[in-house]
Design a protein around this ligand. Structure first.
Ligand SMILES: Cc1cc2nc3c(=O)[nH]c(=O)nc-3n(C[C@H](O)[C@H](O)[C@H](O)COP(=O)(O)OP(=O)(O)OC[C@H]3O[C@@H](n4cnc5c(N)ncnc54)[C@H](O)[C@@H]3O)c2cc1C
Ligand code: FES
Length: 275
């Protein structure tokens, strides 16, 4: 059940050029949020910008009652958010959206992300990691994360700690493997089976991940990004076409998503995004 909350920022730090991490104290979000969910933030105490901005929950710390957001400055809203400091408060609505399906039934798990799409994937790895500690279940966790160049790489250490295998690609080859992260996934799938793939990032990347998953018959969930207004299914701003039987229907990314099984997504109808 989402709530409007005014919470305290404990830390705000720049991770890379125009990428910031904000650590927020929130008993409610830290205890109730699930991987794939997001919060809708008011970016300033004034009137402008009127609309809240959606940011995925990157991690929660249930013991310390905190959660983390990592965001890229894109425009006015995220610029204002990046100016907030430790001790300031932030007005949030959340947790929102349909989360990723996390199940002990999946043993071999891959997350595939590109650009700002990598942030919600860390929460998935943490959640499986926690299951592993609690139940001694043998999960095999792999991450494939792609960036434009070496200066855009963020959260590398966090990903490496959270999984068993972490492979990085950069488009210009300045770090990790040269090329797209989808190439790394294809290479891996040709020799190893996964029980599920979770992906988030640019539409073209997710489309390719979904096609590759389909080829190897691996279930795949994608997290879509759309411009949003209310974040709760009331304003229709985030409507997108999804498959329904032999035809299609409108879904709300904020309420029915942002996470969908890939076979419901009509990738060519998705607005271009901001990987
Ligand atoms: C469910 C969800 C989760 C998200 N999680 C994250 C996250 O974890 N980290 C992160 O950095 N960003 C995330 N985003 C994107 C973030 O919400 C936008 O970057 C932010 O709203 C931009 O606001 P702004 O005022 O800074 O920019 P604006 O001035 O509103 O826009 C700047 C530019 O970004 C484009 N844009 C803005 N919002 C969207 C959108 N939703 N889809 C496509 N293009 C858009 C605009 O067309 C414009 O070109 C998420 C978006 C969604 C829908
Ligand atoms: S953002 Fe208003 S319906 Fe989705």
């Amino acid at each position: 059940m989402p709530k409007v909350l005014k919470e305290k920022i404990l830390r705000s730090e720049a991770l890379a050029r125009s990428i910031y991490r904000m650590t927020v104290e929130s008993e409610y979000i830290s205890q109730t949020a699930r991987p794939g969910q997001f919060v809708n933030l008011k970016c300033s105490d004034g009137i402008e910008p009127v609309l809240r901005r959606p940011i995925s929950i990157c991690r929660v710390n249930r013991e310390q009652k905190t959660f983390e957001l990592v965001f890229q400055v894109r425009g006015r809203g995220t610029e204002l958010l990046s100016r907030k400091k430790a001790g300031d408060s932030v007005d949030i609505l959340g947790p929102l959206g349909n989360p990723f399906e996390i199940s002990a039934h999946y043993k071999k798990i891959a997350v595939v992300g590109g650009g700002i799409g990598i942030f919600p994937l860390l929460f998935i790895l943490d959640e499986y990691g926690k299951h592993r500690e609690d139940n001694l279940k043998a999960f095999d966790l792999s991450a494939f994360i792609g960036f434009r160049d070496k200066d855009s790489i963020v959260l590398k250490d966090e990903f490496e700690k959270a999984c068993d295998t972490c492979r990085i690609s950069t488009e210009d080859g300045s770090a990790g493997c040269r090329g797209f992260v989808t190439g790394l996934l294809e290479e891996e799938l040709s020799r190893k089976h996964y029980d599920i793939i979770y992906t988030c990032g640019p539409t073209a990347m997710m489309k390719k991940v979904a096609e590759t998953a389909g080829l190897y018959k691996v279930p795949c969930q994608v997290s879509l990004e759309q411009r949003m207004g209310c974040g709760i299914g009331a304003c229709l701003v985030c409507a997108c076409k999804t498959k329904y039987g032999d035809g299609w229907e409108y879904s709300h990314v904020c309420k029915d998503g942002p996470v969908f099984w890939c076979d419901r997504v009509i990738f060519d109808e998705q607005v271009e995004d901001f990987g």
